[in-house]
Design a protein around this ligand. Structure first.
Ligand code: EPU
Length: 333
């Protein structure tokens, strides 16, 4: 294991906030994780993945935990499916790349999403009509309180849109150490989102779909290796049918982009933000990304306050103009 004191978290968050942590501890096995949980039982703990979905708003006066466990293995298979168990610290896109090379299908639409396996199962990442929950069979965890293993079935994770039990009732109580995915040996293409079908071509292979998704993402989203960001900053709001009808009457526009969802109508936050004139605008060093306003970027040495202020100004304008609350999907720490 590696333990460092008073270190900059700059390399550990894709927003590139230059804040410090009192302690940074990286473990290479579940046993080492248990040792760390015992040693630091009285400290504030924060387990991070690639730091691609959080915003450090200040120095962290506690222990930042990170996993250096990065293996994946096949644990079972039958004629149609293969069960892959991946360790929490494996970069999700590296796993997807290997699966696509082997012709295994199920996660190709999630290609190029930043982040590691553990965090992606907390957040239920999703893109192009697929969410992590669609392929997760079980999640293996360690309890922070006593180090005991607990396995959660998919249903027990209570997955929702960018949501799970690990963000709500059980927040901070369990650390996901492994995720078991059930994947398809034969391609089950999901091409119904946006222009994915057109981009992937006729009779695409799993690799064709992966490459199409990467091309679409590159057109709209900043590369976290080049521009500081945390991907989508806000969740897309889901409003009731009545609220949607009221809105179309109020702004006299029935062309508001909207998607029918279980429980209501999803309105793209990108559209709401663009209508409010924020697309491409900056506040301090922070910018509402010019190609996709759902994303906030660190354009010019942004401070945490710059990002927080920009997000608050956008939320306020959307609320004032449309009466809709939009909420960050990024975790403020
Ligand atoms: N739109 C605009 N202006 C823009 C861009 C988009 O009005 O500049 C509107 C359009 O109406 C468009 C709609 O937004 O049809 C949807 O846009 P897009 O397909 O790009 O998806 P999104 O809703 O903006 C969500 C996810 C992304 C994911 C894409 C594709 C959330 C919060 N975000 O974005 O996830 O890649 O769908 O599935 O649900 C992430 O979570 O970090 C992320 C990038």
């Amino acid at each position: 294991m590696t333990i460092k004191e008073n270190i900059s978290l700059l390399p550990y968050n894709t927003f590139r906030m230059d804040v410090k942590a009192k302690i940074f501890a990286e473990y290479s096995s579940v046993e080492e994780l248990r040792e760390l949980l015992t040693r630091y039982k009285d400290e504030r703990l924060l387990h991070i993945g690639q730091g691609s979905n959080l915003l450090f708003t200040q120095d962290f006066d506690g222990v930042v935990l990170h996993s250096a466990m990065r293996r994946a293995r096949c644990v079972s298979e039958d004629a149609d499916y293969v069960w892959i168990e991946a360790e929490n610290g494996l970069v999700l896109d590296e796993l997807i790349d290997q699966l696509c090379d082997m012709g295994i299908s199920g996660m190709e639409n999630l290609s190029h999403i930043p982040g590691e396996v553990g965090a992606s199962a907390v957040q239920n990442v999703g893109a192009y009509g697929v969410e992590a929950k669609d392929v997760i069979e079980t999640v293996r965890t360690v309890a922070v309180a006593d180090g005991k293993e607990r396995v959660f079935t998919n249903a027990e994770c209570r997955y929702g849109y960018r949501d799970s039990i690990f963000k709500n009732e059980l927040r901070g109580q369990y650390i996901i150490t492994h995720v078991v995915y059930r994947l398809n040996k034969h391609l089950k293409a999901q091409l119904d989102y946006g222009n994915l079908r057109g981009e992937a071509g006729q009779h695409p292979t799993v690799t064709d779909i992966r490459e199409a998704v990467i091309r679409i993402r590159r057109q709209k989203l900043p590369e976290v290796s080049e521009t500081g960001s945390a991907g989508s900053f806000f969740k897309n709001p889901i409003i009731s049918h009545e609220a949607y009808e009221r809105l179309t009457r109020q702004i006299r526009d029935d062309r508001i982009p909207h998607f029918e969802q279980e429980g209501g109508v999803k309105i793209p936050a990108a559209w709401l933000i663009e209508q409010c004139g924020w697309k491409g605008r900056t506040l301090g060093g922070a910018q509402c990304y010019e190609k996709q306003p759902l994303v906030l970027v660190n354009r010019n040495n942004a401070t945490p306050e710059d990002i927080v202020n920009l997000a608050a100004a956008i939320c306020k304008d959307v609320k004032d103009r449309f009466g809709i609350d939009i909420h960050p999907e990024v975790n403020y720490i």
